[in-house]
Design a protein around this ligand. Structure first.
Ligand code: GTP
Ligand code: IMP
Ligand code: MG
Length: 334
């Protein structure tokens, strides 16, 4: 009976996949819909011993009753989408792509690969997203409705969501990337090719701000960043290894840069997204003793104090805490 928007609060890879996966099982939404840029994003969901790496399909795929939609503001690479449907044996009837969703073609990927600016200065994922958005702005990008390959999936995503809202069902809107990769609010020019804060994510799927009940901003217990661009208090590779914070990008496999939790950035992300709740991920990486804890009372005092400090400083409740890779490794304080 609620519309929840989930967005990243730092530089992407905050663990949104696990949070949306948890909500998809626990809140039993009728729709999980993806906003954001496109297949430059990678979300990881672990459920019942299986790991899903998703660049196009929403993380709600683990709940078989949930319809999986991609909004008109998102870009689709048909090879990537169809590959995921095959790899994870997703029932094709569950998947819907809006008729106005833009299509990434080889030409966009080629243009990005040839750009030293994108490759070396920006550290782009070179997945064709930025160049496809250029063509969309020039009004020459092909849309999903024009593609025979996608004809079985074409739908009116906004209308499906309004239908679910009118029948008082739950809808999860999954954002991608993170607040400081936003074209408008991020560390320009080291950003992605559009805005990715909650307002834009709503627009990507076709709902207005008044339709939204909750905006959950996801923060990891430390900050990571792939690609170039500023990262305040960045640690050296040795320090990252010592702390056990080593991570690799889901899409590109590049090592992620890391820094301690950044309260100033988090404060700004709360305002830029209008956060009503915070999800905090990888608390177990910071405090190994809390691994797989699923109840607040079982957290160590040190871990509790970190969570309470976040609530005090940001003025927003930390309602979801993740303590392990599995969707079930979650403390729900809502
Ligand atoms: P988004 O792009 O925000 O969805 O994040 P991501 O999926 O790219 O996150 P990441 O690549 O950091 O996830 C890498 C691995 O961490 C995956 O195997 C996840 O299942 C796992 N993971 C997610 N949340 C947690 C957590 O709270 N604790 C631990 N230990 N692992 C987690
Ligand atoms: P592009 O959007 O692929 O052109 O990449 C532009 C910048 O955003 C690069 O620094 C990428 O590493 C970063 N980026 C884009 N998508 C993601 C994501 O999902 N997670 C983390 N970084 C991303
Ligand atoms: Mg990711």
């Amino acid at each position: 009976m609620v519309v929840i928007v989930v967005v990243g609060g730092f530089f992407g890879d905050e663990g949104k996949g696990g949070v949306v996966g948890y909500l998809s099982i626990n809140d039993n939404p009728s729709i999980c819909v993806r906003g954001g840029v496109g297949p430059n994003a990678g979300h990881t969901v672990v459920y019942n011993g299986q790991e899903y790496k998703l660049r196009q399909i929403p993380s709600g795929l683990i709940n078989k009753e949930c319809r999986l939609l991609i909004g008109p503001g998102v870009l689709v690479n048909p090879d990537v989408l169809l590959g995921e449907i095959d790899r994870y044996s997703v029932d094709r009837d569950r998947v819907g792509v809006d008729k106005n969703t833009g299509i990434i073609e080889n030409i966009h990927i080629d243009r990005e690969r040839q750009s030293t600016h994108l490759r070396e200065k920006i550290g782009s994922t070179l997945t064709g997203c930025g160049e496809a958005n250029v063509d969309r702005v020039k009004r020459r990008l092909r849309l999903a409705a024009e593609l025979d390959l996608l004809k079985d999936f074409i739908t009116d995503v906004p209308a499906e969501i309004w239908g679910a809202i009118d029948s008082r069902k739950t809808v999860i809107v999954e954002g991608t990337q993170g607040t400081f990769l936003s074209l408008f609010h991020g560390t320009y020019p080291y950003v992605t090719s559009k805005d990715v804060t909650a307002g834009s994510i709503c627009s990507d799927v076709g709902i207005g701000p008044t339709d939204v009940d909750d905006v959950i901003v996801v923060f990891k217990s430390y900050v990571t960043r792939v690609g170039t661009g500023p990262l305040p208090n960045e640690l050296t590779i040795e320090e990252i290894k010592e702390r056990g914070w080593v991570e690799y990008g889901t899409v590109t496999g590049r090592p992620r840069r890391a820094a301690p939790f950044n309260f100033e950035l988090a404060k700004r992300a709360v305002r830029l997204n209008g956060a009503t709740q915070i999800a905090l991920t990888k608390l177990d990486v910071l405090y190994p003793k809390v691994a797989h804890v699923r109840d607040w009372s079982e957290l160590t005092q040190e871990a509790k104090e970190f969570v309470l400090e976040i609530e005090r400083t940001l003025g927003v409740p930390v309602t979801i805490i993740r303590t392990g890779p599995d969707v079930k490794d979650t403390i729900d304080r809502r």
